[in-house]
Write a protein that binds this ligand. Structure first.
Ligand SMILES: Cc1cc2nc3c(=O)[nH]c(=O)nc-3n(C[C@H](O)[C@H](O)[C@H](O)COP(=O)(O)OP(=O)(O)OC[C@H]3O[C@@H](n4cnc5c(N)ncnc54)[C@H](O)[C@@H]3O)c2cc1C
Length: 381
């Protein structure tokens, strides 16, 4: 029987995860990206594989499946990864109340979490600022990769393991009759085509994107130079503002009280969608962020004042000096405005658009792609 063929457009995490899932199902796979390497959201993030942020059920299970894939792929491909877990810190009684409630809820959901008092935190995590600290919620599920290294290494891994072919510097300008066109010079045909074009809604199927409840989100980020050997955070770390950010935390009955307090005391942070997290990679560099600005048109320039606010807040929970910052940038991801967590549909026979994973692409894509490839295969069978 002749091997079925697949084309994936986009070599970000969604495209790479789709290529993997298609290859595992026996397709011969070609991946096209318009740049010489992926430079979109997938290399601009924290590299946090973050099940703690996902609500129980489908999304948490998908995150845990993705985590398992990350772990085995990273080990196979010799990609740096660390099962650091995560630590959310409380510096006021409202944050502490939310963390205590979450511990209770998460334990019932069989998640591996524990509350740490301030002495335990001081003992285990010496870079955490102990001043006014009440305690923290540790979750063991989270894992870190360095997105720049991981996303650059995955194509070679997929090529070696599944003979996936990569076509760089190829902007797919048009798709018709299960054929992708690179300008009017090249065309490639396949049985199934996955369009994983991230925040580009303008090139392929713009009329379909225009109909969707989708926008874009710009996030400002910072990174330190490699910290000295003695400076290790040892976990992925977040302050209280992050409790307002992830949907899994909405299960805490006291979250509205914390939200109200923050709306009164940290209005300017909430207006810029700032919550602050830090992840240290194998080289000792710390990735820090972020802010959230939404819209189909986003200001191309980054604001120093936003970065300063991020750093000021970071210093309330991490012992760090602003002089350590070596880089700043922003990333853009698509965000669904109706609360959905992904879009997957077929605009033309054999063509599937997979997009809209928002701020959780590193966490969910591997598992999501497996599920969506199954769905697509049922349709084309
Ligand atoms: C600052 C920031 C921090 C984040 N932190 C995290 C985190 O820690 N954990 C987490 O789980 N998620 C995080 N996310 C979210 C995550 O990064 C995204 O969900 C994910 O990267 C989206 O992947 P993607 O493949 O859809 O998009 P992208 O990575 O943008 O990839 C799309 C690719 O498609 C290519 N492309 C587009 N159109 C064409 C075309 N016509 N022809 C050829 N190629 C094309 C582009 O060149 C690009 O390489 C973060 C995002 C940002 C921006």
């Amino acid at each position: 029987m002749q091997q079925k063929s697949a084309i994936v457009i986009g070599a970000g995490i969604v495209g790479l995860a789709s290529a993997r899932a298609l290859a595992q199902k026996g397709f011969s796979v070609k991946v096209f990206d318009r740049y010489p390497q992926a430079v979109g959201a997938s290399v601009r993030n924290f590299g946090m594989v973050w099940p703690v942020g996902q609500p129980a059920g489908t999304l948490y299970n998908r995150a845990m499946r993705s985590r398992a894939i990350w772990k085995s792929v990273a080990a196979d491909a010799n990609i740096w990864h660390q099962e650091t877990g995560s630590l959310h810190l409380a510096y006021n009684k409202e944050e502490w109340q939310v963390l205590q409630e979450l511990e209770n809820i998460f334990k019932k959901e069989k998640r591996n979490v524990s509350l740490l008092d301030k002495n335990k935190i001081a003992e285990q995590y010496e870079q955490v600022n102990p001043e006014n600290l009440l305690g923290g919620l540790y979750s063991a599920d989270e894992m870190l990769v360095d997105p720049r290294e991981a996303i650059a290494a995955l194509p070679e891994y997929l090529q070696g393991k599944y003979a996936v072919e990569f076509y760089w510097n190829k902007c797919v300008s048009y798709i018709a009759d299960q054929t992708v066109y690179i300008g009017n010079e090249e065309e490639h045909e396949a049985d199934i085509i996955f369009v994983c074009s991230g925040a580009d809604f303008e090139t392929l199927y713009p009329e379909e994107f225009a109909k969707l409840p989708i926008t874009k989100c710009k996030l400002q980020m910072l990174r330190t130079a490699a910290m000295p050997e003695r400076y290790r955070i040892k976990t992925a770390i977040c302050g209280g503002l992050s409790l307002l950010h992830y949907s899994s935390f909405k299960a805490a009955p006291s979250l509205p009280a914390l939200q109200k307090k923050m709306a009164e005391e940290m209005k300017e942070y909430l207006e810029l969608g700032i919550h602050v997290m830090a992840a240290q990679n194998g080289k000792g560099e710390i990735t820090i962020g972020d802010s959230h600005e939404y819209g189909l048109y986003l200001d191309p320039f980054d604001r120093a004042s936003t970065n300063k606010m991020i750093l000021d807040y970071l210093k309330t929970f991490l012992k760090i000096n602003s002089n350590a910052i070596a880089e700043t940038w922003h990333g853009i991801y698509p965000k669904l405005t109706n609360g959905d967590t992904e879009i997957f549909f077929s605009p033309d026979p054999g063509v599937y658009i997979l997009n809209g994973v928002g701020g959780a692409g590193m966490t969910l894509s591997f598992g999501l792609a497996e599920e969506m490839v199954e769905q697509a295969m049922m349709v084309t069978a």
